[in-house]
Design a protein around this ligand. Structure first.
Ligand SMILES: Nc1ncnc2c1ncn2[C@@H]1O[C@H](COP(=O)(O)OP(=O)(O)O)[C@@H](O)[C@H]1O
Ligand SMILES: [Mg+2]
Length: 337
């Protein structure tokens, strides 16, 4: 495959990344942001769940409620690379900003915080919290020349809540209750929904090749579609190395690997070999082969989901900043960016 494979999502402005918790949503969102930046786009990477995962992945201080430049894409053939900014969106700050913007509250807005209005709005009013979070994503995605002084982005990547909550999170206006059904919060949520339901948004799902996450991915896709939310691709993360042949895997599964041959190879490589080591290795090989078999059957199910799929390898020893660039390059080669 060539480096500049064309993107499957050239006109998408908002990439929402969801998935079962722990499958690598945050990692994939970060890699996708870098991949888009490597195509020359200026990207905003947002997180909304108060975990400071972006700061950890990019080795920077915890992010404030401000757009911070955290990385640059890899330059293309023309030497140009887009920039990734990051934003940690919390509902309290988003509400204060919202009040300041719409009601020109300024300092008074900050005073509201002391009186506990913020707690009221974010914990009591159902759905308002999500409107505030998604409203900020919308604001960042929609900037144009009238937004003087604000950074303009070609794409926004949202490290979103997990699959179980994503439809509710994005479906902001149907979750509003009581007073929020009229007035500015309602009109804001209508505007946000227009963007989320449009072709300018895609919701990508991250999974691993195990039964539960794959099932959850299938259910998530159904649920998104039932709510008219635009499904993007599926990113299969943490894929095990596939360098053994089908015959070797079958032999490992059946416990029929050539023990003596392995022992000789290890000795030739200068290792001291005893039975415990050999037993350990053969058990590992067996477990690996069993898991590979399970992965292969789950991979077939993923292929039947009917959406573009991308695969990212399990990185030994965990994901460091440099690895994010490698994952980004893989997403790009596969056409996700
Ligand atoms: N491709 C990968 N290879 C190795 N480790 C990974 C990979 N993707 C994610 N991880 C690790 O798995 C853990 C969970 O990933 P994270 O992106 O935080 O998941 P989520 O946001 O879905 O909870 C983290 O420690 C992360 O570094
Ligand atoms: Mg996360």
């Amino acid at each position: 495959m060539t480096e500049a494979a064309s993107s499957d999502w050239p006109d998408v402005q908002v990439h929402v990344v969801t998935g079962k918790g722990g499958t690598g949503k945050s990692t994939v969102a970060a890699a996708l942001a870098l991949a888009l930046a490597s195509t020359g786009k200026n990207v905003l990477l947002c997180e909304v769940e108060g975990r400071q995962g972006i700061a950890r992945m990019f080795d920077v201080e915890p992010l404030p409620y401000a757009e911070i430049r955290i990385a640059q894409g890899l330059p293309g053939p023309d030497g140009h690379a887009g920039v990734v900014h990051a934003l940690h969106i919390d509902p309290e700050s988003a509400l204060l900003e919202y009040l300041a913007m719409y009601y020109k509250l300024g300092r008074a807005g900050r005073a509201l915080d002391r009186f506990g209005v913020i707690d009221f709005a974010t914990t009591i009013a159902p759905g308002v919290r999500d409107v505030l979070l998604t409203g900020k994503v919308y604001e960042a995605a929609q900037r144009n020349s009238r937004n003087k002084g604000a950074i303009r982005y070609d794409a926004v990547v949202l490290d979103a809540p997990p699959t179980g909550r994503i439809t509710q999170f994005l479906n902001v206006n149907s979750e509003l209750a009581g007073l929020a059904k009229v007035g500015p919060i309602k009109s804001q949520s209508d505007t946000v929904m227009t963007l989320f339901r449009s072709e300018r948004t895609k919701v990508h799902l991250v999974t691993v090749l195990e039964e539960m996450p794959v099932q959850e991915t299938a259910d998530g896709i159904d649920d998104l579609r039932a709510n008219d939310l635009p499904v993007g691709g599926v990113v299969v993360n943490l894929v095990r190395p596939q360098d053994l042949s089908a015959e070797t895997l079958a032999a490992a599964r059946a416990g029929e690997l050539d023990r003596t041959g392995i022992e000789e190879d290890l000795r030739k490589a200068g290792l001291e070999v005893d039975d415990a080591l050999l037993d350990g290795l053969l058990t590992e090989a067996h477990d690996h082969a069993v898991r590979r078999g399970l992965e292969d059957s789950q991979r077939q199910l993923v292929a039947q989901l009917g959406v573009p799929t991308y695969e990212l390898p399990r990185i030994a020893g965990g994901v460091e900043l440099g690895d994010l660039y490698e994952l980004a390059a893989q997403l790009r080669r596969q056409g996700m960016a």
